[in-house]
Structure formats: C-alpha cells, structure tokens
Design a protein around this ligand. Structure first.
Ligand SMILES: C[S@@+](CC[C@H](N)C(=O)[O-])C[C@H]1O[C@@H](n2cnc3c(N)ncnc32)[C@H](O)[C@@H]1O
Length: 261
C-alpha cells in the first residue's frame, strides 16, 4: 500500500506522522532529481566549453604559438575570443558583415594563391563540402610551420542529415582520405561536432587502405579522392577507425605527444 493511501486510512495522530514521512520521502526524491539534472547539465556544459575555442587556445598557450589563421569567420564566435600575438581570418563574406584589420575578405583559395605567410595554427571552418575542405587542408599543410597544428571543424556529424553543407558538411571524407598519408598524424577529438587535428609528424595510426567496407577500400585505393564513393554509414559503422576518434582527454594527450619527425 502506498504511503499516501496509508495516511488517508489512519486515525489522526498516526496520520500526521505518516504525512511527515511522506513529505520527507518526496523531498528526498526532489533532491535526487535535482542532483541528477545538475550532473547532466554540468556534463553538457563541460562538452560545450571544451569545444573548438578551448582546443585552439590550449594549443596556443601550450606551444606558445604566435600566428593563427582561421578560414571562415561566421559571426566571429571563435575568432574574436582567440588570444594570440598575430591573428588573421579569411572569409569572402563574413556573416557579421564586419570589416577590420584582422579580416581578409576573400575565399581561402584566393588567399592561399596570393599569400605565402606561414602559421603556427590554422583552423578550417569555411566551405564545408569535402572537395573544398580537402583543398583547404592541402593548402594549410603547405602554410603550416613544422611544429604547428591544423584544426578542422565539424568532422563528426551526428547523423546523415547533418552532412549537408549548411550544417557540418562532409569534410570527414577529406580527413579520412588524408589518414592514409604516412607523413601526417591525424586524429579527431570527440567534442563540438568533431574537431579534426593534423600534425606534421609520423603517422601513428595509419589507416590501412586494404581493410574495411568495400567502398572504403576502393576510396582509399585511388590516388585522388573520389568523395562520392563514401557514405555516412561507413562513418557510423566504424567512426573510431575512419576518424581516429579520441575523447577530449585522449585528444589532449595526442596533441601534447612529442613530434617524432
Ligand atoms: C560556419 S561559419 C564559420 C564559423 C566560425 N569559424 C566559428 O567558429 O564561429 C562558415 C563561414 O565560412 C565562410 N566561407 C564560405 N566559403 C568560404 C571560403 N571558400 N573561404 C573562406 N570562407 C568561406 C562563410 O562566409 C561563413 O562566414
């Protein structure tokens, strides 16, 4: 019989006693629910605050980087708070319509064609289609200082619908293709829709081009990437292998690892 029912059926003094007990029990349940909600919120915030800005600033502070390039300004949510001696953002039409000395108003392709400046850290977050992300990656590798790092946003779209260019795009396919390159070490931190990370050092987790689903093997066997060969199911099926997916903690260790090159 429930406490509420018992309380109703009993004589007054005993009823009062039981009502108190009932109130205590309810209070306990409320507190537990609150605790659970707070724990969930904390976890969510942790994930939010340890996103792209956190990772980029971590690298800048850790390695005392001096020069930063961001491809794709958007509303400046990431670019504005970044603290570094020298920062540049390239975007043909920044959403905020903002113009200042740090923003170069042109596409990433035009920028790389007309500038040969080198950077310690480059963040790719412009046109999210695999073909353009791949171009941005290759140009960024050329423009990257030896001990630098490239960070690529949106490499782990949460579902197939988010693969369109207005959302995450399919840049993960470009990252996957680069993973068969022996001279680049590549991983993805599982936060903020997947942060791809590229360092110029020996590839520690080479993606074997002869293993995995047929379409993936075919994709990796080509010299030039044919992005249409991949589909979301391949990422969903084995994201750890395709992206070298790491938790935030594992990702930070990966970044801090010694360059072997
Ligand atoms: C998702 S927003 C960038 C968000 C921003 N990086 C952040 O973290 O808040 C994408 C931006 O990329 C820009 N963009 C699109 N194509 C580009 C290209 N080819 N080169 C550089 N920027 C491009 C768009 O104009 C848009 O402002």
């Amino acid at each position: 019989m429930s406490l509420r029912k018992k309380a109703h059926d009993l004589a007054r003094p005993a009823k009062k006693e039981l009502e108190k007990e009932l109130e205590k029990e309810l209070e306990k349940t409320r507190k537990e629910a609150d605790q659970e909600r707070l724990a969930k919120e904390r976890e969510k915030n942790k994930r939010k605050t340890r996103g792209r800005t956190f990772l980029i600033q971590h690298c800048i502070d850790k390695f005392q980087y001096q020069t930063y390039l961001e491809i794709g300004f958007g509303h400046g949510k990431n670019f504005i708070p970044i603290r570094i001696a020298d920062k540049t953002c390239v975007d043909p039409s920044p959403w905020a319509g903002l113009q200042n000395r740090h923003i170069v108003t042109m596409s990433s392709d035009e920028y790389f064609k007309s500038h040969d400046k080198k950077f310690d850290i480059i963040f790719i977050d412009g046109d999210h289609r695999a073909k353009q992300v791949y171009k941005d990656m290759l140009n960024s590798i050329t423009a990257l200082n030896e001990n630098g790092i490239i960070v690529v946003h949106d490499c782990f779209p949460p579902d197939e619908r988010k693969e369109n260019a207005a959302n995450c795009g399919d840049g993960w396919r470009a990252l996957c293709f680069l993973r068969k390159n022996m001279d680049l070490d590549i991983a993805t931190m599982n936060t903020d829709l997947g942060l791809g990370m590229i360092k110029k050092r020996k590839n520690q987790t080479w993606l074997n081009p002869h293993e995995g689903p047929g379409q993936l093997v075919k994709f990796l066997s080509n010299d030039e990437p044919e992005f249409k060969l991949l589909y979301y199911g391949i990422l969903e099926f084995d994201n750890y292998r395709v992206l070298n997916l790491l938790s935030i903690e594992e990702g930070l260790k990966w970044i801090d690892g010694k360059n072997e090159k």
